[in-house]
Ligand binder design. Sequence first.
Ligand code: ZN
Length: 305
Amino acid sequence: MTRILVSEVGPRDGLQSIKQVMPLAAKKAWIAAEAAAGVSEIEVGSFVPASLLPQMADTAELVAFARTIPGLNVVALVPNAKGAARAVEAGVHGMSIPFSMSETHSIKNVRKDHPAMLAEIAAVAQIAREAGIHFAVSLSTAFGCTFEGAVSEDAVMRLAEASLAAGAQEFSLSDTTGYADPAQVKRLVRKVRSVVGDKLTTLHLHNTRGLGLANALAGLDEGITTLDASLGGLGGCPYAPGASGNLVTEDLVLMLNAMGLDTGIDLEKLLAVRPILAAALPDEPLYGFTPEAGPMMDYNERIAK
Ligand code: ZN
C-alpha cells in the first residue's frame, strides 16, 4: 500500500488566521487526540514574535509537550533565522519557512524582497544543518496572488532552484490564496520537480473555492506523498472574509483511506477529535462533509473484488 503522510497544520495555519486565542490546555488536548488517532506529523505553531501573533505565543511550550508523544513528528513554521534559532532551542524535529513566490506579497508580509528571502533561507538552512534537523521551504502564493494576480510558473521554478542552492532540503507548493486548479497543480508539480526532483514532496492546499480535494488528487497523480490539512478546515483565507479555510483533514483522510492508500489514521478516532475544537472555539465555523455524513465502510469491505 502506498503510504501518504497527512500533516496536520491546524494548530498553526488554522489558529493563526482566527481572532480567538485557543487556550494552551485545549491545544494540547487537540494534538494528543490527533496523534492518538494516528496522525504522525503536526505543525504545532509558528515562531513569530508574540506581539505579531498572540495565538502563537505558546509554541515553545507546545513543542515541548508534543515531543513527549511517542512517534509524533513535531514541526513548526519559522519566518526567519531568529525564529529558526528559537525553534531549534524548543526542540522541533523539523521546521519550514514560507517563501512567497509573489515578491509584492513577500514585501507586504515580511518586508523582504526575493534576494533578502534567499539570504534568510541560507541562514535558516545553516541553523538546521548545525542542529541536525529537517528543513523545508514552502513555496507560498505559488498558484496566484491577491496582489500580483498570476504568478509566473517559470519564476516559481527559478526560485525553487535558488532555494535548493541556498540549502533547502525539501519543498512544499502552497496554494495560500485558494486559486489553484487541478490542471495547474499537475503542471506546476512537474515543472518544479524538473528542477528539484523528488525533494518536492508536499502540497499545502486551501479549500477556499471547494477545489481542495480535486487539487490533492491531482497532486497524488503526480507522485506527491505529503498533504497538509487542517481539522475542521479551521482557518480561512485572510484575503476573503468568510471563505472556508484549509483542506479539511477529515475529508482528506476519508478520501485517501477509501482509495486504499495508507494514511495510518483511524477515521473514527479522528472524527472524535472535532468536539475538542468545537468546545474551545465556539464562534469558529468548522467545515467538512465527513463529520456530517459519517465514515464509509472500510476499503476491504466496500470494494468487491
Ligand atoms: Zn495555508
